[in-house]
Design a protein around this ligand. Structure first.
Ligand code: F0G
Length: 434
């Protein structure tokens, strides 16, 4: 692995201050002082009343889904995310997509492709009634759409609509700070506001959040559920003990909570977020210049290459995005991630493959890890393949795990590959064949 762009999750570099915080771990089973530092940091930056730490984001999603969703419920959201939808379905709910149509179009230049379509939401409320809605799941800087933000106006309006009907709104705050950056850049009235104050305002419209601190908060492990409702917080504290650990550590070591508390404070620093998103833009601009089809506008945590347009000769059944990820790795040792048909999985009712409109690979940039020179290498390899799409073969899946298959699936090339077909590593290709 030369450059690892699989994910920005838990792969960022911690600062000297965070490492110093690790040395201050208070590993008391109950009431670690690091928990209280984390609670203060979450309160100051996200504003919610109650904090329930979890080992990572999906731990919080599990608690929220189990506590709020009943079998037969509909859970609207602005595009699915893999683990989020999985926990909603495991609790008996059905995810309903209410994101604006532009989010499904990689070429649309809409500045806020994460927005909820208020008409879709209104129609859904009319059709289903409010009884079967446990909450709206509102993701910031929508991952599967390409790291695309929501506007403050849309967040405010959709929260008002939901609250009018007694529906709570829970934020997926995993990349809320990257969303805050785009609000500052693109939405009138926010240019002079601090990232910290924009983040607080986003959260203030909602009733709580699930959080994977492995992204915005710059830690290798950690997450939390934060809510304002006293009763829900109490029920979550009861349940966290069953699945994660005591409510003052939630599956984390004291030192991890300290690193998270410090990471949260660092994550809203303007220079940090400017450099972080600037690096993503640096890579994206090079690909755009070479005509490579990528999701536009350039998103927050990575570049999403439109594999369907990149490899028109590979049918969806042979997973163009997975095929491109494999070819890129063979070409240059750059690992990317499939975000298309493999990630979307199967319909739990019919067992049929989902084929989402977006068939992408994600070049996900960890925070504070790589230099622009690394980005040059990535761009060179992607452009090389774009100019020689015939070097990329489709794949068939030869192993599929039952849950969240994209994490563990295995593939085989559908076409015979001869030595020298793929530049750089012919022996590796031969081994894949056997
Ligand atoms: N929500 C979003 C928007 C995410 O991107 C992730 C994880 C989660 C929730 C789950 O959090 O991993 O801490 O349990 N995304 C990673 C990724 C896996 O690569 O995009 P987790």
């Amino acid at each position: 692995m030369y450059i690892d762009l699989l994910t920005d999750s838990g792969t960022s570099a911690m600062s000297d201050r965070q490492w110093a915080g690790m040395m201050l771990g208070d590993e008391a089973y109950a009431g670690s002082r690091n928990y209280y530092n984390l609670e203060a940091a979450v309160h100051e930056h996200y504003g919610y009343k109650h904090l329930i730490p979890t080992h990572q984001g999906r731990g919080a999603e599990h608690l929220l889904s189990q506590l709020c969703i009943k079998p037969g419920d509909s859970v609207p959201g602005n595009m699915y995310f893999t683990t989020t939808r999985h926990h909603q379905e495991a609790a008996g709910g059905a995810f309903v997509d209410v994101i604006i149509d532009e989010a499904h179009d990689p070429a649309s230049e809409h500045p806020f492709k994460g927005n909820v379509d208020l008409d879709k939401m209104r129609r859904l409320i009319e059709e289903v009634g409010t009884v079967r809605f446990p909450y709206l799941s509102l993701e910031t800087n929508v991952n599967m759409a390409g790291g695309q933000p929501s506007s403050m106006e849309n967040i405010r309006d959709v929260c008002a609509l939901c609250h009018e009907h007694g529906i709570p709104v829970y934020l997926d705050a995993t990349r809320a700070i990257e969303n805050a950056w785009f609000i500052k850049q693109r939405e009138p009235g926010f240019a002079d506001r601090s990232i910290k104050s924009i983040l607080l305002e986003i959260c203030s419209h909602t009733d709580g959040c699930t959080m994977s601190a492995k992204k915005d908060s710059l830690v290798n492990i950690g997450g939390f559920l934060a809510v304002n409702d006293d009763g829900l917080a109490e029920r979550a504290r009861n349940l966290v003990v069953v699945y994660e650990g005591l409510h003052t550590y939630g599956g984390l070591a004291g030192r991890d909570m300290e690193a998270m508390a410090i990471g949260i404070a660092e994550s809203v620093q303007e220079d940090h977020i400017r450099a972080r998103i600037g690096q993503v833009e640096y890579l994206g601009e090079q690909l755009l210049e070479a005509g490579v089809p990528i999701v536009r506008p350039i998103g927050g945590h990575g570049i999403f290459v439109d594999a369907a347009r990149f490899l028109p000769h590979i049918p969806r059944a042979h997973f163009p995005a997975q095929s491109l990820a494999a070819a890129l790795y063979v070409d240059s040792g750059v690992r990317s991630m499939e975000r298309g048909g493999v990630s979307a999985g199967r319909d739990p009712k019919t067992g049929e493959n989902f084929f989402p409109s977006l068939e992408l690979i994600r070049l996900t940039i960890p925070r504070r890890v790589y230099t622009q020179a690394h980005m040059d290498v990535v761009a060179e390899s992607v452009i090389e393949l774009y100019q020689h799409p015939d070097r990329v073969n489709g794949l068939e899946m030869i192993y599929e795990s039952e849950h969240l298959r994209f994490f563990q699936a295995r593939f085989r090339s559908v076409a015979p590959v001869t030595v020298g077909d793929v530049s750089g590593a012919p022996t590796a290709v031969k081994q894949t064949q056997s």
